[in-house]
Design a protein around this ligand. Structure first.
Ligand SMILES: [Zn+2]
Length: 153
């Protein structure tokens, strides 16, 4: 890193420090900024929407969207680093890792994970995923039944 870069980074660091200090001290200012932000979004709706649309087209945008979806809807429990590796594998996968078929519009790409532990298993097609879903549910019922039998003995 040369001196020019260092100067730039130091300046930016100071600016960040000032900003967070301001945030901590003036809670009113934070509320004001929220209103300003809301007004800007209302006035420049098309601009904001276009920016969002363009962000979703980028690799980072797609990745963050998919990872948050897996985490909230799917219940995938992995660290952020593992999530990135899983996303790359999902993105570059061309054939189902279970049956070997090509992905189509109806038989789309899925991220398969263990519903009990929340760990990632494979990248598979929707048909295989539905089958595994059923299997997981039956496995859970079977485990419950075994637990009950053990209690009776
Ligand atoms: Zn398959």
């Amino acid at each position: 890193m040369n001196s020019k870069h260092k100067e730039y980074y130091d300046k930016r660091k100071e600016k960040h420090k000032e900003y967070y200090q301001k945030r901590r001290e003036n809670l009113e200012w934070v509320e004001e900024q929220k209103i300003v932000c809301k007004k800007y979004k209302e006035n420049n709706r098309d601009k904001v929407l276009e920016k969002q649309r363009n962000y979703k087209k980028t690799y980072i945008g797609q990745r963050n969207h998919k990872i948050s979806e897996w985490r909230t809807k799917g219940g995938l429990k992995e660290t952020q680093e593992r999530m990135i590796i899983i996303f790359d594998r999902w993105l570059n996968c061309l054939f189902c890792e279970s049956c070997g078929c090509e992905f189509e519009k109806k038989n789309f790409k899925c991220m398969d994970h263990d519903r009990l532990s929340g760990h990632f298993r494979q990248v598979i097609c929707n048909r295989c995923n539905c089958f595994r879903n059923k299997f997981d549910r039956q496995r859970a019922l079977l485990m419950l039944e075994i637990h009950r039998l053990n209690l009776r003995l």
